[in-house]
Design a protein around this ligand. Structure first.
Ligand code: ATP
Length: 590
């Protein structure tokens, strides 16, 4: 029974067509390779269908006419054709792998680029393992799709067209008999295909779930958390649950495919038997020559596997579409933080900062910052204080455009940050976050990350100013010591000082400082304070202050509460005001 045409069918079909169009668009940059692959496929298919015709002439002409020369020539062709086909096959394998690898590279880099451009909002809503899974599991699936699914689909279409032309030219009734049940199988493969697409999407989601779980639990921090809370069994159960679901989905998908294959097999066995019977009768009746029947049977032996493979490929194509849908979803991630055309490149920055009546929310209708209005003069130190969750970190995010304001504007030297080139903005702002992130590489590379072209001398000077040089020299390989994943070989205070050296080397005019809350011993604390004091010298600094010393030295203290500036002034002003700041200060002193 034909499927009723509904609105959802129509929209699903048009979505599939645009998805296919986009998928084939990935071949465009490699059109010359694609064209060569197409020619190779055509040549191989031509070789395949040529053999039965050679056979026909051999049986119906060369043998009855006792033509030894023709017999020799045809016998040689029967040998030469597979040899040539094999040689072209090697070229095609090269083209397939080159095409698939180029496309995988483009997708990998394209998605990576997109992920670099999306705002922090994306990373706060996605698990790292899920992202990694898309860049690995999903992209790896592309190779099989290009090498097998698409290549075989094209090959089978060409082969079927060539074979049908020859078969129709030999016997129309027998050809029609071959084709009689094909529409039924087309319909069947369509419905199996769409269920494959669903299970395939589910399988990729489960793979991502497993990857995300592994990523969360098999890092140093994850392992530490699990061990310290004794949650090994729970984590194992979580993994087992997802992994078992994966097993079920995989078995379901494979078995559904097998039943479909069995039905195809029955069909493809029944039709040749009919042809042998009817064609045999025609040979006995003298209306068809034996060589022609042999050639016809040889051709149908090519036709049916090609049909079968094409129907099978229709099913795999659905799997491929599910995979590409996931990849394209990442390529299409909305870019919140865009660079205006003609954005301003700032070569010099004075460091004048202005927050003009800024409001912001992470989720619509739930404001995190309301009407923040602040002016910071070049070289000033401004401290942000306030209870946890007041919006201090969020305020600092708006300056380097990690997020954009919802209302108002943030300006640097009179320029709205949204009008500045993103690279130039990043160049002039240095951030020392509360949690130091070090790359799993040498101390040297970690410090040079701030300014890769810096000389050895400049790097050492930065490390000295950050009070970490002596400590680095004590490490087994000095500056060439690998710091371990996330810098786990170093203490919290040491990592922080390396982060300070990194920013010192970058030498930005504006500094955002999120002081670490973890308490350090007096010596480490003093080293950090010295490093920070050197870092802040002659820069405009916005410091999220957890230490009293920063607050005392600040030119301006902004007290935030529930996203609003409730008090502002110097330490002395605010103490005499006797409000929230005075309360927080007394609490800290106590
Ligand atoms: P703390 O001193 O504890 O670091 P804070 O003053 O720096 O706090 P913010 O980190 O700016 O506060 O957070 C302000 C509010 O925004 C909090 O209620 C927090 O839960 C919320 N928030 C922070 N980041 C996000 C996010 N990515 N998505 C949604 N809400 C967020």
């Amino acid at each position: 029974m034909p499927t009723p045409v509904t609105c959802s069918n129509v929209s699903q079909n048009s979505a599939t067509i645009s998805l296919l169009r986009r998928l084939f668009g990935l071949f465009r940059p490699y059109w010359h390779l694609s064209l060569q692959a197409l020619l190779a496929i055509f040549a191989i298919d031509l070789f395949d269908v040529a053999s039965p015709k050679v056979l026909e002439r051999l049986i119906d002409q060369a043998i009855p006419q006792r033509d030894i020369l023709l017999l020799t020539l045809l016998a040689f062709l029967l040998f030469a054709i597979p040899v040539l086909s094999g040689i072209v096959g090697i070229a095609k394998s090269y083209l397939d792998v080159a095409l698939s690898q180029h496309m995988m590279h483009d997708l990998r880099v394209g998605i990576y680029d997109r992920l670099q451009q999306v705002s922090l909002r994306f990373y706060t809503s996605q698990r790292t393992g899920e992202i990694i899974s898309r860049l690995t599991n999903d992209i790896n699936g592309v190779e099989d799709i290009v090498k097998n699914t698409i290549s075989q689909m094209v090959s089978n279409i060409i082969k079927i067209a060539l074979v049908l032309v020859l078969m129709f030219s030999m016997s129309i009734p027998l050809t029609l008999l071959c084709l009689v049940l094909v529409p039924f199988f087309l319909f069947l493969s369509r419905s199996v295909g769409s269920s494959f697409r669903t299970t395939s999407a589910l399988r990729q989601e489960l793979l991502a779930e497993v990857s995300a779980h592994l990523e969360q639990t098999l890092t140093i921090s994850g392992a530490l958390l699990i061990k310290s809370f004794g949650r090994q069994q729970d984590e194992r159960t979580h993994l087992t649950h997802a992994s078992k679901q994966l097993v079920r989905v995989q078995i379901r998908q494979t078995m559904r495919g097998r039943w479909f294959m069995l039905m195809l097999h029955l069909f493809f066995s029944a039709v040749p038997a009919c042809i042998y019977y009817l064609g045999g009768r025609q040979v006995i009746g003298g209306t068809v020559q034996l060589g022609q029947l042999v050639a016809f049977i040889a051709l149908q032996a090519i036709l049916f596997p090609a049909f079968r493979s094409l129907l099978d490929i229709h099913v795999s194509l659905q799997t491929a579409l599910a995979l590409f849908e996931r990849l394209f979803a990442y390529l299409d991630l909305p870019l919140e933080i865009n660079e205006e055309s003609g954005a301003v490149e700032l070569s010099e920055v004075q460091g004048h900062i202005r927050f003009r009546h800024v409001s912001f929310s992470y989720h619509p209708g739930r404001p995190v910052l309301c009407d923040i209005d602040v002016e910071i003069q070049p070289g000033q130190l401004v401290a942000l204080v306030g209870p946890s969750g007041a919006g201090k970190t969020t305020t600092t995010y708006l300056l380097p455009r990690l997020y954009d304001v919802e209302e108002g504007a943030v300006e640097i030297d009179g320029h709205d940050v949204r009008s500045l080139a993103l690279a130039s903005l990043a160049h002039h702002i240095g951030i020392v976050p509360q949690e130091t992130y070090l790359l799993h590489t040498t101390v040297r590379e970690n410090i040079l990350y701030g300014h890769p072209e810096a000389t050895e001398e400049e790097m050492v000077t930065a490390a000295q100013a950050a009070c970490i040089h002596e400590r680095i020299l004590e490490l087994p390989q000095g500056y060439d010591t690998v710091v371990g994943p996330r810098g786990y070989l170093l203490s919290g205070g040491e990592k922080q000082r390396i982060a300070i050296a990194r920013v010192l080397l970058k030498n930005p005019r504006i500094l955002i400082l999120d002081e670490a809350t973890s308490s350090l011993d007096t010596h480490a604390e003093r080293l950090i304070q010295t490093a920070l004091a050197r870092l802040q010298r002659s820069r405009t600094t916005i410091a999220i202050a957890h230490r009293l010393s920063t607050v005392l030295a600040a030119d301006q203290i902004l007290v935030l509460d529930q996203g609003r500036i409730v008090e502002r002034g110097t330490h002395t002003d605010l103490i005499s005001l006797g409000g929230l700041y005075a309360y927080l200060y007394k609490e800290q002193v106590r």
